[in-house]
Design a protein around this ligand. Structure first.
Ligand code: SF4
Length: 336
């Protein structure tokens, strides 16, 4: 066995599995530096509602360093055109893992690491953790066998670090399947008392979010970050090929929508009653304006009135118009 310094870079989400993978290696004296990736689709430190976790408590407790890295446009590109396809929704999990590994490889080089570790568990996730996918990822990640899965590595072919004696096969575990029992027992063994519940995945695994994203990409193949962030909030309505409306569901969403407003967006609301904010983005002719106003009217507190005055600010002009609230069937036709 190699007696020199052994260092690994870990793909780290802050979740149970990736933390355990790190602790399992540290247990045998491997120095680990973690890298946490952020994207515009959650699953990262900035988004607690999906599979994103705060990576710092475990890092502080167990003494490993965490680097944050945003995948930005590179990630958007694979969401639009994944080489290995999407999962059940818009999640390009295999391409996502490959991109993260590619980035981690560069970091490994600069950090002086010898291999990369991940918290993958054979058979735990439908798209990216089937045996076929794990093999495909290992083969295509450009790491030449320097990818180690400490939680299930004993079930997989030997990796380069094992062959080189940097690590021992006995250090690796043989966890398989969707049950978390073994991970929970291991967490107890390590004294890892606080860890988040397992999450389904990033926003791209969410059916509603994916529908909105598909709609956005259909009419705007090059969305910017503001367009993507807007998908997370409110009710969405496609009013024409060139215009969509987002309506807040509560005050918090109204504030968020306002914060995402661009100079050419139009804001609609009913001043006489408690009213949501409607943000109309795109090119709006008279028909689109009337439709948008009727939708906003439908969600205001005066929705049972036959006619409501809806004000609009921004876009090409300011003003107000009178409309009946939209009916359910109409809403269903526009809703994304
Ligand atoms: S759910 Fe899939 S696409 Fe989303 S971050 Fe996780 S691996 Fe990547």
């Amino acid at each position: 066995m190699n007696k020199g310094r052994v260092k690994a870079v870990a793909l780290y989400s802050g979740g149970l599995d990736s933390t355990l993978a790190i602790l399992q290696m540290m247990k045998y004296g491997v120095e680990v530096e973690a890298i946490t990736f952020m994207t515009h689709f959650g699953c990262d430190v900035s988004d607690k509602s999906t599979c994103g976790h705060d990576p710092y408590p475990a890092a502080e407790k167990f003494g490993f360093k965490v680097k944050l890295s945003h995948l930005g446009q590179k990630f958007i590109d694979i969401v639009k055109n994944p080489r290995y396809g999407h999962g059940k929704n818009m999640n390009p999990c295999i391409d996502c893992r490959l991109l993260m590994l590619e980035e981690a490889k560069e970091y490994m080089k600069s950090a002086g690491g010898q291999f990369i570790i991940t918290g993958e568990v054979l058979g735990q996730r439908p798209m990216s953790q089937r045996r076929f996918s794990l093999d495909l990822i290992a083969k295509n990640c450009g790491l030449d066998g320097r990818l180690v899965r400490p939680l299930c590595g004993r079930l997989l072919p030997p990796t380069a670090p094992e062959k080189e004696g940097l690590i021992q096969r006995e250090w690796l575990l043989d966890i398989e399947g969707r049950s978390r029992k073994r991970q929970m027992a291991l967490a107890e063994e390590f004294g890892l008392t606080e860890y988040p519940n397992p999450a389904a995945g990033c926003l791209l695994t969410d059916i509603r979010y994916s529908d909105r994203l598909r709609d956005l990409l259909k009419y705007n193949p090059d969305p910017d970050f503001n367009d993507l962030n807007l998908l997370r909030v409110g009710r969405h309505f496609r009013l024409s090929d060139k215009a969509k409306l987002v309506v807040g569901r509560d005050e918090k969403e109204n504030d968020l929508i306002e914060s995402l407003r661009r100079p050419d967006d139009c804001i609609l609301e009913v001043k006489e009653f408690g009213s949501p904010i409607g943000l109309l983005r795109g090119e709006a002719d008279e028909t689109v304006m009337m439709t948008a106003a009727s939708v906003v009217a439908r969600y205001c507190d005066g929705k049972n009135q036959p006619l409501l005055r809806v004000t609009y600010v921004g876009g090409s002009s300011d003003g107000s118009l009178e409309t009946a609230p939209a009916g359910e069937a109409e809403l269903a036709g526009w809703r994304v």
